[in-house]
Design a protein around this ligand. Structure first.
Ligand code: WQD
Length: 342
C-alpha cells in the first residue's frame, strides 16, 4: 500500500516535533515546514535522531506566504496537513493583536485553500481556550464556546469556523478534524525533544524546570485563593507524547475514511484535574528535589478550573491518555537537564 504523506506545519516546534516522531513511527511519510520564528533546529534535529530519519524533509517557509504554501503542496504529494504554525502566547496576543490575527489567520487560510485544492485532509491544532470559563465541568465537545478572552483564543475559534464552513460548503469534498488540547506538558522520554520557550516562560511546567535547574530564581504560583480544594487553579495536564499520539489516531481516522461526519471535534485531555500546587509537589517528589516557590497574586485572565471530559476521544477516536503526571514531570526534568548539558 502506498505510504501516505502528512505535512506538519510548524513541525519544528514543541508539539509539531513530537507529532512528527509519532507519525514516522506509525509508518507515515512526513514533511516538516517551519519559518523558525519561534524555535530553532534543536527539536527538528532531535526528531531525526529519535527516528533515525536523516532524510526527513524540512522546508523553511512562512505559511503567510500564499505562493510558498501553494508550492509546498505541488512539491509534495500531501494527503493530510496538521496545522501547528501559529503564535501561541496568550499575553503577547493581548499586547500585539494585529500580529496574532494576521499571522494565525493568514497562515491557516493559506493552508485551508491549498488543502482544498489538493483534496488533502486538515487536522487543526485547536485549544481548550475556546471554551473560555466554562459553566459546567468537565468540558465536553458540546460545551459552548465562550467569547474569547484573548486574541490568541479568538484566532483558535475563528480558524475552527473557517475549517467548519469550508468543509460544509465543499459538500463532502473536504474533511477535517479539530483537536482541542488542554494543557500540553512534558517532553519525549529520549530527552532529545521538548518545550523550548524563548525568554521567560509563560507556561507553568517550563517555569518549574527552569527554576529547578537554577535559570529562574523562584516560581510564583499565581493565586492560592481560588475556589478550589487547595486554592490554586485546576488544569488538565496532558502529556506531550500522549497528545502526539492523538494526532496519529486523528490522521488515521481521516485517511482511512473512518469519519462519521466531514467535520469532527475532539477534546484531548486526561479528564483528571490537577492543581498548580499538586503539580509542583509531584515534580518535587518524582525528581527528589525541593523547588523554590512562593504564592503570588492571581494572574489576569486565568480561569479557576478547567478540565476535559475525554470520553469522545476515548470511544470514537480510540485514543486515551496513558502516561502518569509523575512520568510526564520526570521527562520534563530530564529534558531541562539535557538542555543544561547534565
Ligand atoms: C497553568 C496554571 C497559571 C505559570 C495556556 C493557554 C493554552 C495553552 C496552554 C497554548 C495557571 C499557573 C503558570 C507560572 C503559575 N497555550 N502558573 N505560575 O494558562 O492554563 O493555558 O497555556 O496553546 O491555550 O491558555 O497554562 O501553563 O500558563 O498556566 O502559577 O509561572 O499555572 O496561573 O493556573 P494556561 P499555563
Amino acid at each position: 500500500m502506498m505510504k501516505k504523506t502528512v505535512l506538519v506545519s510548524g513541525g519544528a516546534g514543541y508539539i509539531g516535533s513530537h507529532v512528527s516522531v509519532e507519525l514516522l513511527s506509525a509508518g507515515y511519510d512526513v514533511v516538516v515546514a517551519d519559518n523558525f520564528s519561534n524555535c530553532d533546529l534543536t527539536c527538528f534535529e532531535g526528531v531525526r535522531k529519535i527516528t533515525g530519519r536523516d532524510d526527513l524533509p524540512l522546508v523553511k517557509m512562512d505559511f503567510c506566504d500564499a505562493a510558498a504554501v501553494r508550492k509546498l503542496f505541488s512539491d509534495y504529494p500531501i494527503d493530510a496537513v496538521i496545522h501547528f504554525a501559529a503564535f501561541k502566547a496568550v499575553g503577547e496576543s493581548v499586547e500585539q493583536p494585529l500580529k496574532y490575527y494576521k499571522n494565525n489567520l493568514d497562515s491557516f487560510l493559506n493552508v485551508q485553500e491549498s488543502a482544498q485544492a489538493h483534496s488533502a485532509k486538515v487536522l487543526f491544532s485547536s485549544s481548550a481556550t475556546v471554551y473560555g470559563e466554562p459553566d459546567k465541568m468537565p468540558v465536553t465537545e458540546e460545551s459552548p464556546r465562550k467569547p474569547a478572552t484573548s486574541p490568541y483564543g479568538n484566532t483558535k475559534q475563528i480558524c475552527e469556523d473557517i475549517l467548519r464552513d469550508t468543509i460544509f460548503a465543499s459538500k463532502g469534498a473536504v474533511q477535517g478534524i479539530a483537536l482541542r488540547y488542554f494543557n500540553p506538558i512534558g517532553a519525549h522520554p529520549s530527552a532529545l525533544i521538548g518545550e523550548l520557550p524563548r525568554g521567560v516562560p509563560n507556561n507553568l511546567v517550563p517555569y518549574i524546570t527552569q527554576t529547578a535547574i537554577g535559570k529562574r530564581e523562584c516560581l510564583s504560583i499565581f493565586g492560592n485563593d481560588y475556589p478550589t480544594p487547595d486554592g490554586t487553579c485546576l488544569r488538565d495536564y496532558i502529556d506531550i507524547v500522549d497528545l502526539a499520539k492523538a494526532h496519529v489516531f486523528a490522521v488515521r481516522r481521516m485517511l482511512e475514511a473512518r469519519m462519521e461526519a466531514d467535520y469532527e471535534i475532539f477534546n484531548i485531555g486526561t479528564g483528571r484535574p490537577v492543581s498548580v500546587l499538586e503539580l509542583v509537589q509531584a515534580f518535587e517528589r518524582v525528581n527528589g528535589l525541593k523547588l523554590n516557590y512562593r504564592f503570588a497574586p492571581r494572574r489576569e485572565g486565568d480561569v479557576p478550573a478547567i478540565w476535559a471530559d475525554p470520553s469522545r476521544a476515548n470511544t470514537v477516536l480510540g485514543w486515551r491518555a496513558e502516561r502518569t503526571i509523575e512520568e510526564t514531570l520526570a521527562a520534563a526534568w530530564a529534558w531541562e537537564k539535557h538542555l543544561a548539558g547534565i
